[in-house]
Ligand binder design. Sequence first.
Ligand code: ASP
Length: 349
Amino acid sequence: MIRSASNAPCFVGTWSFALPALEAGWSCLGEDELAILDMVERACAHADANPAVDSVGFGGLPDSSGVMSLDGAIMLAPDRVGGVCDLRHHLHPVSVSRRVMDSTEHSLLCGENADRFADRHGFERRSILSSEARTAWESWVDDRHGRDRGATQDLRPVDPGTSSDGRLFRPSSLDGAAPAGHDTIGVLARDRGQRMAAGCSTSGLPFKVPGRVGDSPIVGHGLYVVPGVGQATATGTGEMISGVCASFLATEFLRRGASVVDSATETVRRVDETYELEPHHQVAVIVMDCDGAISAAALRPGFRVAIVEDGRREVLDPDVVLHPEDGMLPESAIEGLAKPTNTPNPEES
Ligand code: ASP
């Protein structure tokens, strides 16, 4: 199990690249509801701002027309949630989501109107497509013309570990140019008052059809929190996560008495039973119960969980991988994935 029940605060997130983001968010740990929201917002913003993380924020891969769009959400409870999707001119979807939660009666704003909302609330407009992501898109366009492939068919997220640059997506066939990639940071926080909050930030699937929105900004899909019961966040192929309402399902298992391990496992199993798996599919879920126990499960190898708590900074494999035999990338490819980078994080400069 990733963590046994404990009243102590903790912070957990999807993929290795979440570790520095969680550490940044951990510095906001405090006593009240605002502090736990600060933890979530700060962690997601840290990942957004890191151009080396190729699945979130600046550095994320654009849609098939070369346009970047971001999705995100933040949640304290079913009646305390905000989200934005298809944000094109603002870098921090979770910060804008928090404003949606705090200052409107709505839970989700999209597209141009989400950007206008962010303008009205004083968020800075800026370019959100890095030059590296643009280059990756250009080579994807060239490659695709040559081989007539589908938009995301050759891309499956594989976590290269903390020594790497935060890139998750490489061709599953391993024979094409390796684009810098995209994915999702999903975080679950628990504070000193045993309060819980969740957040998600993503650039969505790389080279998606323009207008496509995945699970991340949608309540019950990319994240869900039930005070007094537990919380969950999901990452991977958004359509499959949405199809089973994965984060809602995981907390519903908890509500009916399942352990965190069973909740995470049964949620991923539901995806497995529902879909014909293609080579590029991956779904993973992290579940925390109201006693502070944490577990994670994934369909396939390649997913990792980052955790921060007092005296602990760690990246772990999930407790359960449903298809362990299913295509861990060969060593040679993992070495390629793990190429270090010196790209500075603008948040820290
Ligand atoms: N779930 C995200 C989406 O489909 C992407 C990911 O987590 O890999 O937009």
